[in-house]
Design a protein around this ligand. Structure first.
Ligand SMILES: Nc1nc2c(ncn2[C@@H]2O[C@H](COP(=O)(O)OP(=O)(O)OP(=O)(O)O)[C@@H](O)[C@H]2O)c(=O)[nH]1
Ligand SMILES: [Mg+2]
Length: 390
């Protein structure tokens, strides 16, 4: 992300980097909104909605009231420098005062700062260099993403002689040092300007350092992204394995809960049957009412040995046993109902889907990450080798 006061040379830097005329530049043609300049197959412009579809991680920006109409993307086929790996975010020039922006520009830049990998702050020696809004945003960005901030004295060729340039730099640095947090870490402020063959300047141009910083950041981001991909892959695999193991455990627990409550239920009903039979022996007329004379006779025939045992027990005890059996059966049946608690488990379809996800992570994503890493290392070697040889 490039930010800074109005006319600091942000849009011109992007044009110089991609070596194409993409952005409207000029003191009068200020950038009013946010432009995402990215690399693609051919030159194309996208509206705000399409931009947010392309960059879903910039969603917090979309949520800022009134900003959507002021966001667009410029796709450009340039392959200069590291542009194929970079998306520049050009921001509106910052000026003091309340009525200048149709949206909350401070909030918009802060939300972008949370997502961008590098924040280039341009201070130009001529314009509103020490614009309060710029300093205020820089202070807040420093609290949130201090390690991503880089400061540059832009349009350094317009700063006059070396002593004037140093004076401007000192002035800016003094103001920046007033920001709590920034005074602790010493920072650098390279002087940069867009080389103009028609207007050669004797001023030392450190613009290559900006390119180098961008290149280093892209390399770091690629590495971080690939490492995050591997971590995410492992995280997802672990989560899927845990879910499948949990489901297996739940199935086991459900099975033992089912077996226990079925066993108790069956025992309860057996005791209930025993109680009914005992009641039948004690009061055969009740049995006769239920089974009829023939049924009662047949049943009592089978129960003759039990009746003999029961006869040897006093009637009082018989009634006590009967009551006990009834209570026991009720308790057993209630227990069986209470223990019949099953946890929800995955359906067969869901298990197959999870298993497929696990295999996809292990076989496709991980090997793809490995391949991408090798490819990335190869491009590094290609980039480094000529330098070493040179
Ligand atoms: N001499 C000189 N002029 C420059 C340089 N960079 C940009 N300019 C001129 O400064 C003017 C403003 O440049 P822009 O790139 O539009 O500045 P900006 O920061 O995008 O401005 P806003 O979008 O309004 O914030 C243009 O006329 C550029 O030609 C530079 O390095 N040296
Ligand atoms: Mg601009």
């Amino acid at each position: 992300m490039l930010m800074g006061s109005h006319s600091a040379g942000k849009s011109s830097f992007i044009d110089w980097y991609v070596e194409e005329h993409i952005q409207n530049t000029g003191a009068a043609t200020e950038t009013q909104g946010f432009t995402f300049v990215t690399s693609g197959c051919k030159r194309e412009s996208l509206t705000g909605n399409a931009t947010f579809q392309l960059y879903p991680h910039f969603k917090p920006l979309q949520e800022i009231k009134g900003v959507s109409e002021y966001v667009h993307t410029e796709i450009c086929a340039s392959r200069q420098k590291c542009f194929s790996l970079v998306t520049f975010v050009d921001t509106p020039g910052l000026v003091d005062g309340d009525m200048n922006y149709p949206f909350d520009v401070d909030q918009a830049i802060l939300s972008l700062g949370d997502v961008c990998d590098l924040i280039l702050v341009f201070f130009d020696p001529m314009g509103q260099t020490l614009c309060k809004r710029t300093l205020n945003i820089v202070e807040q960005l420093n609290e949130r993403q201090g390690d991503r901030l880089r400061f540059y004295l832009s349009k350094a060729d317009e700063a006059g002689g070396e002593s004037d340039r140093q004076r401007v730099k000192m002035q800016i640095m003094q103001e920046l040092c007033k920001c709590p947090g920034l005074n602790k870490c010493g920072f650098d402020m390279p002087s940069i300007y867009i080389p103009n063959p028609n207007k050669p300047s004797r001023c030392v141009n450190q613009i290559k350092e900006v390119c180098h910083t961008i290149q280093k950041t892209t390399e770091q981001t690629v590495q971080n992204t690939l490492n995050t991909l591997e971590k995410d892959c492992e995280f997802i695999s672990e989560a899927v394995t845990d879910t499948l193991n949990n489901d297996r455990q739940c199935c086991k627990e459900n099975w033992s809960a089912c077996s226990l409550s079925c066993g108790l239920g069956m025992l309860g009903f057996s005791v209930l049957l025993l109680f009914t039979l005992m009641l039948g022996i004690l009061y055969p007329e009740v049995l006769e009412l239920a089974l009829g004379a023939y049924g009662t006779e047949t049943l009592l025939l089978y129960l003759a040995p039990a009746m003999r045992v029961l006869d040897s027990v006093p009637v009082q005890f018989q009634l006590i046993i009967c009551g006990f059996l009834m209570q026991l059966s009720v308790i057993l049946i209630i227990l069986a109902c209470l223990l019949f608690h099953t946890k929800p488990t995955l359906s067969g379809k869901q298990k197959i889907k999870l298993q497929e996800k696990l295999e996809y992570m292990q076989e496709v994503v991980k090997s793809k990450k490995k391949k991408l890493y090798e490819e990335y290392l190869r491009t590094l070697v290609i980039r480094i080798e000529p330098k070493v040889l040179g």
